[in-house]
Ligand binder design. Structure first.
Ligand code: C2E
Ligand code: CA
Ligand code: CA
Ligand code: CA
Length: 280
């Protein structure tokens, strides 16, 4: 033993190698899916307490595998974000969603907003605003139907540019939700600094609330009161049971999203769901 072993010696464990290989495999699946039209967008209906209808829906990406099963976003979004592939992937997702909105006139079914997830990599890009506006122009979509869900993350490099992009898009009629509130990194500053009109309470926080955590209860109550006092609406995410629904409704949240109503659905199933529930 020489005592002072080299400090820049890299130890590549079998586990690391497996992860690298897996990342590369996932990366390859993403590229193949983009080339072969297997990037699908599913839609999860969001219930509006005031109107008693499903007045919005969240667009959630899936990759259809050759055997007909789906690769879930938690497996490939982080990989796409670290490789930079998230930009072309998001382009494909947004085009798919806009084409869906256009083709089926979802607003005629009582859908006021389609919520698209926004990765910080997209949101802080200098060309983001013009790109979105161009897409809306291409598909002839009223910008007011689009709600972009942002998450506060540590990977945000330029809050200023994100803010600038949001401001410009807001002037064109788009609106924003603060996603995953209460999941750890979220921060009330965002509600004050950024033009958000909706806060989405993360499932983790609601679950703590349902487990009777005093801390979670205090946070949820404070956030709802604070948001409402400045005209911001609240969505409770990940609501799975009647009891959870009743609790959130009694708390005064404005929208409910979760498996209690529906999982994210492929386009045609989503349209059927909305027709059956909104047009009766
Ligand atoms: P998210 O934005 O927080 O989306 C909500 C997730 O919760 C979705 O998972 C949805 O299927 C799931 N969910 C909804 N209701 C319930 C429920 O009652 N119980 C439980 N256990 N889960 C519920 P999904 O579709 O697997 O997406 C996971 C994450 O991947 C999303 O979390 C989002 O961060 C990311 N993601 C999904 N689609 C996109 C996209 O198009 N672009 C970007 N950048 N990220 C996306
Ligand atoms: Ca979301
Ligand atoms: Ca969320
Ligand atoms: Ca989440």
């Amino acid at each position: 033993n020489k005592g002072n072993s080299s400090t820049n010696e890299v130890v590549v464990t079998a586990e690391t190698m497996k992860n690298i290989r897996r990342q590369k495999d996932i990366e390859k699946l993403v590229i193949e899916a983009m080339e072969n039209d297997r990037v699908e967008v599913h839609y999860q209906p969001i219930f509006n307490i005031a109107t008693n209808t499903f007045s919005s829906a969240e667009a959630l990406v899936r990759i259809k595998l050759i055997d007909g099963t789906y690769l879930q976003p938690n497996e490939f979004i982080p990989v796409a974000e670290s490789s930079g592939r998230i930009i072309p992937l998001s382009d494909a997702i947004y085009r798919s969603a806009l084409s869906f909105i256009k083709s089926y006139h979802v607003e005629r079914l009582g859908i006021q907003h389609i919520e698209l997830n926004l990765s910080v990599k997209q949101g802080e890009s200098p060309t983001f605003t013009t790109k979105i506006l161009q897409l809306l122009e291409d598909y002839q979509i009223n910008p007011e139907i689009i709600n972009l869900e942002i998450t506060e993350t540590s990977s945000l490099r330029s809050k200023e540019r994100l803010h600038e992009n949001m401001k410009k898009l807001e002037e064109h009629g788009l609106c924003f939700s603060l996603d995953d509130f209460g999941s750890g990194s979220s921060n009330l500053n965002y509600i004050i600094d950024m033009p958000v009109s909706i806060v989405k309470l993360d499932k983790l926080l609601s679950d703590e609330y349902f487990k009777n955590s005093e801390k979670a209860k205090a946070i949820v109550n404070a956030v709802i009161e604070m948001a409402h006092s400045i005209g911001i609406k609240i969505v409770a995410e990940g609501i799975e049971t009647q009891e959870e629904f009743d609790t959130m409704k009694a708390l005064g949240v404005d929208y409910i999203q979760g498996f209690f109503f529906s999982k994210p659905l492929p386009e045609h199933e989503f349209l059927k769901f909305i027709q059956n529930n909104n047009l009766k």
